[in-house]
Write a protein that binds this ligand. Structure first.
Ligand code: PNW
Length: 495
């Protein structure tokens, strides 16, 4: 997670790519960018906002955040929203994905006490977007649980599903007249694994092989309840769509001829994408290979207390069918072989028994985990089409990071955006994937979680050393604006 790797210079990156003359995008294709509340807002303790688990995580000493940094101020979007709007308009976005800070709206996490100033802030943001012809996609939860709820057990507690549902209803009721695209939870995998297995994200719980499955389970239960609430109470009058954002690498066998590598690849995908997508799109339950791997490992370890992977109760709202579209966060790819990890140890890695490696031909950008593999997105989209019954797909996050000295002329990132958009065009045209939109991560340089401000994902540079936090377009921001204007106008011609 630490920003140790450098931007590699090979292979070649170019800003101008040929052979895209046939590229077409459907009318109404969403051209977006994304952010999240804790990463950009700042204003962590102003106007009656309650603390979240990231406030606590960053403020406690001895934690793993880069140089002890925090999101206390970050881009200060709580005060500088209009600057963000200017960036959004400059890019020509049709859509903007933002998240709501749960504890800014409900300082204690529950609807008994609503913070009117928080409500006013998000109403202004949403109204300004709509007035600028930019459609909001709103995430209810992007890693920042109210601390008051963590104090009652957080995502490990079964009660959290109903509490999340009432927060979701509050948001649908407050903003659903204007918001038509909803994401309940962002990347439950990351919350479960990094937050409750590795302990490197808030709330910093390290209970390998146990807590992550429980957390993932309660997140799915909360999502399902919120989707059913929308379906029953709001869909008819508001007409929107609700989904859950799932992150996944693309994975393929290290040696395609090896049955062991092929089986490991199946487990790799089952434990990331499948964990959350199978319940929603295929069976209402976890992938069979995930359940059986965990059971086999439990037996080997002599673990007696029933399955570590919980079961869904028949008395609760069903999971199957609770996504109106597929929301995919794609960053990178891996070649996969069976795990080398410690068979005697309780943990997700040992259950999964699969090891992802970076192909030496893939450049790594910024953070060490981020090998840049644009055609992995196309392969993953095809896999999603074939596996999950051809859903409508929004790519809700995808991006390229920078570490080290700021490079405003970020030619590599320009090349990356061209390449990725070509891959989406191919997925649409050649593979028939129903891709509805693309959200670049991120509109702005921001607080990159455990990596603090050392990693920059923005289309706009933010100068964190100045109180005004000035935003300046990178070359890649100007390129993305150019791409959007080109394909938007092509769409117009081809109606
Ligand atoms: C996503 N990993 O998180 C999040 O949704 C964003 O908030 C974040 O800024 C973005 O990706 C870039 O990192 C991830 O370690 C965090 O593999 C960590 C990982 C992947 C995604």
């Amino acid at each position: 997670m630490n920003a140790t790797a450098n931007i590699t210079n090979s292979p070649e990156w170019n800003c101008i790519h040929t052979n895209d003359s046939e590229t077409m995008f459907p009318t109404n294709f969403a051209w977006g960018a994304a952010t999240s509340a804790y990463q950009i807002e700042g204003g962590w303790n102003v106007d009656d906002k309650g603390p979240s688990i990231w406030d606590t995580f960053c403020h406690e000493g001895g934690r793993l955040v880069f140089e002890g940094q925090s999101g206390d101020v970050t881009c200060n979007s709580y005060e500088l929203w209009e600057e963000d709007l200017r960036c959004i308009r400059q890019l020509g976005l049709t859509h903007y994905r933002l998240s709501l800070s749960w504890s800014r709206l409900l300082p204690e996490g529950i609807t008994r006490h609503v913070n009117q100033k928080g409500l006013r802030y998000y109403n202004k943001v949403i109204n300004d977007l709509v007035a600028s012809d930019v459609l909001p996609m709103v995430t209810l939860y992007h890693f920042d649980l109210p601390q008051a709820l963590q104090d009652q057990g957080g995502w490990k507690s079964p009660e959290i599903a109903a509490i999340f549902d009432s927060y979701a209803r509050f948001c649908f009721e407050s903003f659903g007249d204007r918001v038509k695209l909803w994401i309940t939870l962002n990347e439950p995998y990351v919350c479960a694994k990094l937050g409750h297995e590795d302990g490197i994200f808030a709330p910093g719980v390290k209970e390998p092989g146990m807590a992550a499955y429980l957390v993932g389970h309660n997140m799915l239960r909360g999502h399902a309840r919120a989707w059913h609430s929308y379906n029953v109470l709001y869909r008819a009058k508001q007409g929107g769509s609700v989904s859950l954002a799932i992150n996944s690498d693309w994975a393929e066998p290290l040696d395609p001829a090896s049955p062991d590598d092929t089986a490991a690849t199946e487990r790799y995908l089952a434990f990331t994408l499948g964990w959350f997508a199978w319940p929603l799109f295929v069976t209402g339950d976890y992938p069979e290979v995930m359940r059986s791997s965990i059971e086999v490992r439990s037996k080997e370890l002599g673990y007696q207390e029933g399955s570590r992977l919980p079961r869904f109760s028949k008395d609760e709202p069903s999971l199957l069918g609770t996504a109106d579209f597929f929301a995919l966060n794609y960053y990178t790819s891996r070649r996969v072989k069976p795990g080398e990890c410690c068979p005697g140890v309780l943990g997700l890695k040992s259950d999964q028994d699969a090891e992802g490696v970076v192909d030496p031909s893939w450049p790594v950008c910024g953070v060490s985990w981020l090998a840049v593999v644009p055609d992995g997105l196309r392969k993953l989209l095809k896999y999603i089409k074939d596996t999950f019954n051809n859903p409508a797909v929004y790519i809700t996050e995808n991006g390229f990071s920078q570490v080290g000295p700021v490079d405003m002329e970020d030619v590599q990132r320009c090349g990356f955006y061209h390449d990725i958009i070509q891959e989406i065009a191919r997925a649409l045209r050649e593979d028939g994937v129903d891709v509805r939109g693309y959200f670049a991560w991120s509109l702005l340089d921001n607080f990159e979680w455990a990596d603090g401000f050392s990693v920059r994902f923005g289309l706009f540079h933010v100068d964190f050393s100045r109180p005004e936090r000035p935003r300046t377009a990178y070359r890649s921001g100007r390129e993305y604006a150019g791409i959007i204007s080109k394909y938007r106008s092509q769409t117009m011609v081809n109606i």
